[in-house]
Design a protein around this ligand. Structure first.
Ligand code: BMA
Length: 323
């Protein structure tokens, strides 16, 4: 399995670098798409599949399945995903955005921000990216950024989430929850809060889990977004944390510096300027490489690359957790 990759640019010492051909998915890939961003991809067979946030030109937030041979060029279904659900009340579509996809024991689980009297975490599974079976929403509204761990922890499904409000939430901590069967959730634990402004301003307003955490010998590598409020509005960047393998609500290290912050024109100009919002990562265990997919300015999708051991090193060296 060849993940998308490009070597670090000559002269760069950055722990992550952008793909030179960003954005990889333009806003108008579909006939009626306004924007395609904050989307999730996974290895699928000998290629890749994903669930994409495609806002249409009515500015409705919808989810679409997509397929790719190389992880860079995507064929996205113009039809929205229609979730099968035994309970009509839960299955009634209101809106859905910011999907994540997690492979656990033969099924691809989709979690997304699902409209149900406010945003909450919708959950569904598929084996083929054609039929999607929706189960209960994980939490009460309002909640966003629900991200499943790729394996059961203490014998249960485990999810990170970020309780919020119904608007452009000006606060937000990451929490951890467990479920025996993806219906009843409990054992809620606090993971981390926004950072003190004096220590790390890019993540001082709110934070939220990004891609599915990656298991490493040092702990779970979590990419997460952090938000800063500037005189021109919110700025979304992302950094990294290492969570304990057995008790993932315990943060071992947390990067004081961001990995990627809006800088390129496609991250700074768009429907919502100054947003880098990661929702997926592909990694190559043998080569230690990772490719992170992130939404750019709520408009297009970009890719950034790095080496897992260097990102872990960076997280330790810039750590604010143990300050
Ligand atoms: C968050 C979510 C994301 C979005 C971000 C910036 O609240 O809505 O989808 O990328 O705001 O607008």
């Amino acid at each position: 399995m060849q993940i998308p990759w490009q070597d670090r640019p000559a002269g760069s010492k950055a722990p992550m670098w952008r793909y030179s051909e960003n954005p990889i998915i333009p806003r108008d890939l579909l006939p009626d798409s306004n924007s395609i961003f904050n989307s999730a991809v996974v290895p699928f067979g000998d290629a890749f599949a994903g669930v994409f946030r495609c806002d249409d030109q009515n500015r409705r937030m919808t989810l679409h399945a997509g397929f790719s041979k190389d992880g860079i060029h995507w064929d996205i279904n113009p039809e929205t995903i229609k979730f099968d659900c035994d309970d009509a009340e839960i299955g009634e579509w209101v809106y859905g955005y910011d999907p994540r996809v997690t492979f656990i024991d033969g099924r691809y689980y989709v979690t997304w921000c699902n409209g149900y009297h406010g945003p909450t975490i919708g959950v569904a599974w598929t084996t083929d990216f054609k039929t999607f079976h929706q189960v209960e929403n994980a939490f009460l509204p309002c909640n966003r950024n629900g991200v499943l761990f790729p394996k059961k922890i203490n014998g249960r499904f485990a999810m990170l989430s970020r309780p919020s409000d119904n608007g452009h939430t000006a606060f937000g901590d990451i929490f951890y929850s467990e479920s025996p069967e993806l219906q009843f959730w409990g054992r809620h634990r606090h993971v981390m809060a926004p950072a003190p402004f004096e220590l790390s301003a890019w993540q001082c307003l709110k934070i939220g889990a990004g891609p599915v955490p990656i298991e490493t010998p040092e702990g779970w590598l979590l990419f997460y977004h952090g938000v800063l409020r500037s005189c021109n509005g919110y700025v979304y960047a992302f950094g990294s944390a290492i969570l304990d393998l057995d008790e993932p609500w315990k943060v071992k290290y947390r990067s004081g510096r961001y990995l990627i912050s809006p800088r390129e024109i496609y991250e700074c100009a768009g429907d919502v300027p100054n947003v880098c919002f990661p929702c997926a990562a592909l990694h190559d265990e043998t080569k230690g490489k990772v490719a992170v997919y992130y939404g750019c300015a709520d408009t297009v999708t970009g890719l950034a690359f790095g080496y897992i051991d260097e990102i872990i090193q960076f997280t330790k060296e810039t750590d604010i957790q143990n300050v």
